[in-house]
Design a binder for this molecule. Structure first.
Ligand code: MTE
Ligand code: HPA
Ligand code: MOS
Length: 765
């Protein structure tokens, strides 16, 4: 059709938001000009983590000057329910509360300060119930959400009988706060005839629309969601933006006035869910050649107080339970356990990282018990073309070995190892540790039905182009990629293309921007729409030139016939097409082909393709203080054929650092009363510029497989996060270099405190 080079030829295009971002001109929800009459909302949350509400008294708050009203569940006109997968989450608590901060009442006031102050005048009497904060305890009590899931391959029982080495143990990984720079928030405005328009900071506009309509008892078409961009989502706004948006719409419904709610950072930390902590058991068996023959695991997921996305996240833990390795006999069981903390939710990797951590623990443990190198076991068991995942998909276009081997030779692993050995020999109180971390991440929503998208493309009569999709820009650069797709397909300069806001009246029934699949799904929908318009333009051009439509291509804003430039420009052709009363707009649609999954058998082909890579991480531990730094992370990553190397590099670096934070320093703590202790940025530490590895080297492994990625440019949003697991093992190995007898438990994050304890437990001097 076109012989434009490829969108890859524009691969160094800057993020289209970068200029506005650095000048502070980008628009977020709180930047939208407020309309006269706007009310400000604030939630009254449960002061205790579990109990039965005996009495709720909002009268004092209502009497405060400037307070318009205080709403409770009794005012909800439709279903008091926002649960997406399982209806177990009320908008506002009725008789039970299940976590500290659970919304009970909504204050609406003339200004923000009054709303916030009024909340303190609401009184609630709650009969306390026992508080559970440990997922294993919840499991023992039978408090499980949804189905227990088990993935099986081969037969572990007979396989373990043949193993030379068998090890069992426990692995714990902690939660993680999203800490998007823009807190949760929404601004709802009444429209005529009882319609409501919501400006929302959400990854899932359709989810907001659907839940709000259900809660108000009105059809979806009366609710319009508009999203310009998010100041970060990281999964925290896939499902959990809905509550706040629904609350503002509820306020509009009850008062007839616009309602705005931007959460204070401390409210956001306290009330919103995070990455799921997991507590897991594993059993690994190897033969005399260090081949992993059998692997069993039980995962206890800490779901928090309601289902939210936990069942889907649980499933992805199982999908990634063998990471980048082929293991012929697997038995993996996962439980979603209900506890009395805020409902945990999607976070970059979506349960995959938690699963991958456990297999890496098992391998590391086996290596140290047998007395061989972890790297040896990892390399011997990497996935190969044609091997089978525990969920039945056959490994195709496998880059596990190519990434690994390329990393080892490109970065000269032998030399790195020699330098570390030398350093550790010469230094008593500083020790270095090394770890390799291979990754394999499946691309597609694991819920097959969600893998579809639509786009609406308008070519205006002056030749400019407007593109609407279901994709939400949250900093990951998807708008830039959508613009590249449209400009490439139509053969126009990028300046001609505008990416519109994400709006449910222009593009309906969208899946959330998540699963790293946003550019693939929406990009292919844009491609489809552009192709439809292109076919019409080609027909008109052929007519003008007396040639066949298939002889025409559009490139560099010029009409070409059989490869030769004509003097007809893009603008002239568009104008002609308009004058001929042809349709210059098109709606594109895409649904990922070939994928399927049967939950009754737990087998299928759920992923369009997999993303691979290997990271080499070196850490230096200060063995007096327990502090550590990362000397370098050197990565070979399978990008397919990247369509935007600047954006993809940024995603890789950002994902890596976020993963390092999760694995090493971000310690999320609740006390036994279910109160968040790490409830401010003074008590919750995320990586800052000093914590970033001194050197991050990313090599683009260019592969050219005809996979289902947009223009062969593979999804990049989540996979690099899991390189952060390598940082955990690099620190651990440095500790072991100082104290070979350490009995450190496998418990992430490996904070400086844990490092210090590990350095001196069982230490022989
Ligand atoms: N990058 C930035 N800057 N901000 C974000 O919120 N979210 C991550 C990842 N990268 C995120 C990000 C998550 S959780 C996902 S699923 C993907 O981006 C979503 O976008 P994509 O599908 O376009 O990769
Ligand atoms: N990834 C991210 N978000 C999701 C998924 C998934 O696989 N399934 C449902 N929501
Ligand atoms: Mo990402 S956790 O799929 O929003």
């Amino acid at each position: 059709m076109t012989t434009n080079k490829t969108p890859q030829s524009k691969h160094s295009m800057k993020n289209i938001d970068s200029n506005n971002h650095v000048q502070g001109k980008s628009i977020y929800v709180d930047d939208v000009p407020t309309v006269r009459g706007t009310l400000y909302a604030c939630v009254f949350g449960s002061p205790i983590a579990h109990g039965v509400i005996k009495n709720l008294d909002t009268s004092k708050a209502t009497e405060i000057e400037g307070v318009h009203s205080v709403l409770t569940y009794k005012d909800v006109p439709g279903e008091n329910q926002i649960g997406g997968i399982i209806p177990d989450e009320p908008l506002l608590a009725e008789h039970h509360v299940h976590f500290q901060g659970q919304p009970i009442a909504l204050v609406l006031a003339e200004d923000e300060k009054t709303a916030q102050a009024a909340v303190h005048h609401i009184q609630v009497d709650i009969d306390p119930l026992p508080i559970i904060t440990n997922p294993r305890e919840a499991h023992a009590n039978g408090d499980i959400i949804g189905a227990v899931r088990t993935f099986t391959l081969g037969d572990t029982k007979t396989a373990f009988e043949k193993c030379k080495y068998i090890f069992e143990g426990k692995a714990e990984s902690g939660g993680q706060e999203h800490l998007y720079l823009e807190t949760q928030g929404a601004y709802a405005q009444p429209q005529e005839n009882g319609n409501i328009r919501i400006i929302s900071s959400t990854q899932g506009p359709t989810a907001v629309q659907r839940m709000t309509a259900r809660m108000l008892g009105i059809p979806m078409h009366k609710i319009e969601i508009d999203v310009t961009r998010l100041g970060g989502g990281f999964g925290g706004k896939e499902d959990q933006a809905t509550l706040w948006a629904a609350l503002t719409a509820f306020g509009v419904y009850c008062t007839g006035r616009p309602v705005k709610y931007i959460l204070h950072r401390l409210e956001d930390l306290k009330m919103t869910g995070k990455r799921h902590p997991y507590s897991s058991d594993y059993k690994i068996g190897l033969d005399e050649n260090l081949k992993i023959i059998a692997f069993e695991a039980q995962y206890y997921q800490d779901a928090g107080a309601s289902a939210d996305l936990s069942p889907a996240i649980l499933e992805r833990t199982l999908f990634h339970c063998t990471n980048s390795y082929f293991i012929p006999n697997v038995l993996a069981t996962a439980y979603s356990c209900r506890t009395n903390t805020p409902p945990n939710t999607a976070f970059r990797g979506f349960g995959g990282p938690q699963g991958m951590y456990v297999i890496e623990v098992a391998i590391d443990r086996a290596a140290s018990e047998i007395g061989v190198s972890t790297i040896d076991i990892q390399r011997k068991n990497l996935l190969q073309e044609g091997s089978e995942f525990p969920y039945g998909q056959i490994v195709a276009n496998c880059e596990a070995v190519s990434c690994w081997d390329d990393a080892i030779s490109r970065y000269d692993l032998a030399n790195i190892q020699a330098e570390i050995e030398d350093f550790n020999h010469k230094n008593v109180h500083l020790k270095k540790g090394l770890a390799l971390m291979p990754i394999c991440f499946g691309i597609s929503f694991t819920n097959t039905q969600m893998n579809n998208a639509r786009a609406l493309v308008h070519v205006y009569s002056d030749g400019s182009v407007g593109v609407s999709t279901g994709a939400v820009e949250m900093g990951q650069g998807v708008n830039t990629k959508m613009l590249q797709v449209a400009a490439f397909m139509l053969g126009v300069n990028p300046e001609r293309v505008k990416i519109e806001t994400t709006n449910t009246t222009r593009v309906a029934n969208t899946s959330p921007s998540a699963a790293s699949a946003t550019a693939d799904l929406n990009g292919k929908a844009v491609k489809d729409a552009c192709n439809q318009i292109l076919a019409r333009l080609q027909r008109i051009a052929a007519d003008m030139l007396g040639v066949q439509p298939e002889d025409i291509i559009l490139k560099d804003e010029i009409v070409f016939v059989n490869g030769k430039a004509t003097d007809i420009t893009w603008v002239q052709l568009v104008h002609k097409t308009f004058m001929r009363r042809e349709n210059l707009s098109a709606k594109g649609h895409y649904a990922t082909p070939k994928i399927h999954f049967d939950k009754t058998k737990e087998k299928g082909h759920p992923f369009a393709y997999h993303v691979y890579g290997t990271a080499i991480t070196v850490a230096t531990v200060d063995c007096i203080r327990g502090r550590y730094d990362f000397d370098c992370v050197k990565i070979v990553h399978d990008f397919g054929t990247s369509m935007n190397r600047i954006i993809d590099l940024g995603q890789t670096e950002g994902g890596l650092v976020q993963g390092i934070g999760w694995m090493t320093m971000e310690e999320l703590l609740y006390n036994e009363e279910g109160r968040l202790l790490s409830n401010a940025l003074s008590t919750y530490k995320i990586p800052d510029i000093y914590a970033v590895p001194k050197e991050i080297d990313v090599h683009f492994l260019n592969t050219d497989n005809s996979n289902l990625a947009i223009f062969k440019s593979k999804a990049v949003g989540e996979p690099p996060l899991m390189y952060g697991i390598g940082a955990y093992f690099a620190v651990r190995n440095a500790v072991k270099a100082f104290n070979p007898n350490t009995q450190m438990a496998f418990s992430a994050p490996i904070t400086p405190e844990k490092v210090l304890m590990g350095l001196y437990d069982n230490k022989t001097v």
